[in-house]
Design a protein around this ligand. Structure first.
Ligand code: GLN
Length: 496
């Protein structure tokens, strides 16, 4: 059951093979068993989940079910959910109970999905390993000595360990795709503006975007159908007609379903910095795409090497502004003792934020300060435009771009914590996509066999043009139709 697709689960519910309450119990039991060692969830509230499941069963019985009605999913703890503790992985919000729902949450509620809980994450989504969470690191289900990636590490581990049927993440610089690569599942960051950011705790508003994390492209399409759509409460939400992202997915009758598709391979993605074992897996998956009829074209993204430095000016600049709201006055942590108002601000922030968040606030405040604004912030904005132009040029020659999603497989807990730059390099292939506002996804492409220990998952990244999610999902689905990497589960977790 736990390895079933969303469609199969929905069929089980429709045929009365099981009820949503039973299904929810199954997941809650797995969570009770596995969460203490994996730490994927920050907040679990069985009573709330079961009440939703009961309501879903009534809806199914009344013949009013949608494709996700009664399906147990999880939500990254960055989404405000009414009545649920919403922490964003920070001590600052340790006891914050949200008074309202994020758009994403209300969309899933309206669809009748069951919320199993709030998943662990790097503090304020700043990180690539989930080690900056105030609630402790998340372990990679493929090897508990390793990280799941970040910042959506809890959602990543929850999908990989089948502690939910699917879940949500957010991606500011790679936080859906890099953990998808490290944990071996399918994750999609949509075009900027496709999914409303209303009620999603802000990190870097011009980059943040929510997306689905699931076993397969088909499951991601079903999730995206619920998440995407115009919302007037987010000024960057794009008002365009709703699409059905599952359209065209089952049409795989021919052996070359991708005939005519031009896949761009950026030469900068296959250069220095890419682990040799990861490169091998990516090359094998590209060979598979050739068999499916696609044609390969070499493209170039000449400014890709500037994407990390540009991001680490712009994202902290936006974060320093966004995080100024945590002042100990309106909500969040307030220091127990202080002398005056200024002292209260300072102590509350000093106590409430962790080291990485403080580092970002300091960098952001610095690059925005009067004397440095032109030299750093403005310059970074200009290079951001060049990075977007690189993609526009590349898409003149190809329909989608492919390459690795992360430079290496899951690394050991603690391996990169003392070296922020090594951690920042994890997003070498993902950040430019956010800077350009494009959609990107990572799909399971195989396993790297390192000399030591267990084989670890590798993700293939697919980057599309603006609002081309349906095509990307199609391209991913064609691959998943002829391979079974997306169905593999971490050893020992299958038959619990
Ligand atoms: N790893 C990047 C960072 O630390 C991206 C995080 C994200 O996408 N939320 O900022």
């Amino acid at each position: 059951m736990i390895n079933s697709s969303l469609k199969q689960l929905s069929q089980h519910l429709a045929n009365k093979q099981c009820s949503s309450v039973e299904l929810t119990h199954t997941y809650l039991q797995r969570m009770a068993q596995l969460n203490p060692s994996i730490n994927a969830y920050i907040t679990i509230d069985a009573e709330k989940s079961l009440a939703q499941a009961k309501a879903a069963d009534a809806r199914i019985a009344a013949g009013q079910a949608g494709p996700l009605t009664g399906i147990p999913i999880a939500q990254k703890d960055i989404f405000c959910a009414q009545g649920w503790r919403t922490t964003c992985g920070s001590k600052m919000l340790e006891t914050f109970i949200s008074p309202y729902d994020a758009h994403v949450i209300s969309q899933f509620d309206a669809a009748g999905a069951v919320n199993l809980g709030k998943t662990n994450m790097d503090e304020f989504a700043m990180g690539s390993s989930n080690e900056t969470s105030y609630f402790g690191g998340v372990k990679n289900p493929w090897d508990l000595a390793r990280v799941p990636g970040g910042s959506s590490g809890g959602s990543a581990a929850a999908v990989a360990a089948r502690l939910c049927a699917a879940d949500t993440g957010t991606d500011t610089g790679g936080s859906i795709r890099q953990p998808a690569s490290l944990c071996g599942f399918t994750g999609l960051k949509p075009t900027y503006g496709l999914v409303s950011r209303y009620g999603m705790i802000a990190f870097a508003s011009s980059l943040d975007q929510a997306g689905p994390m699931a076993k397969s492209a088909e499951d991601c399409a079903l999730m995206l159908n619920v998440m995407a759509g115009f919302d007037e409460r987010d000024s960057t939400s794009v008002n365009r007609e709703k699409e059905d992202y599952t359209r065209g997915l089952p049409a795989m009758e021919t052996t070359q379903p991708l005939k005519g598709l031009r896949i761009g391979l950026p030469k900068e993605y296959f250069a220095e910095g890419l682990n040799a074992e990861v490169a091998k897996v990516i090359e094998t998956s590209i060979a598979e795409y050739k068999k499916l009829g696609a044609e390969m074209v070499e493209v170039s993204l000449p400014n890709n090497n500037l994407s990390i430095p540009v991001y680490y000016v712009l994202a902290p600049a936006e974060a320093s502004s966004n995080l100024s709201r945590y002042d100990g006055v309106r909500y969040g942590h307030r220091a127990a003792e202080y002398d005056d108002l200024m002292d209260m601000y300072m102590k509350s922030r000093a106590e409430g934020f962790g080291a990485e968040v403080k580092r970002r606030i300091l960098i952001g405040t610095y690059v925005l300060s009067a004397g440095y604004y032109d030299a750093y912030y403005l310059k970074a904005q200009q290079i951001r435009r060049l990075i977007a132009q690189d993609f526009a040029e590349a898409f003149k020659q190809c329909d989608v771009i492919m390459g690795p999603a992360a430079p290496s497989t899951a690394f050991k807990v603690g391996e990169k914590t003392s070296d922020p730059v090594a951690m920042y390099l994890e997003d070498l292939y993902t950040i430019a996509v956010n800077l350009a506002g494009l959609p990107g996804m990572s799909i399971p492409a195989g396993f790297a066999n390192h000399a030591e220990g267990t084989p670890l998952p590798v993700g293939l990244q697919i980057i599309g043009n603006y609002f081309d999610e349906a095509r990307m999902l199609n391209v991913a689905h064609a691959y998943q139709h002829v391979t079974d990497w997306h169905q593999h589960m971490p050893a020992g977790l299958e038959n619990l």
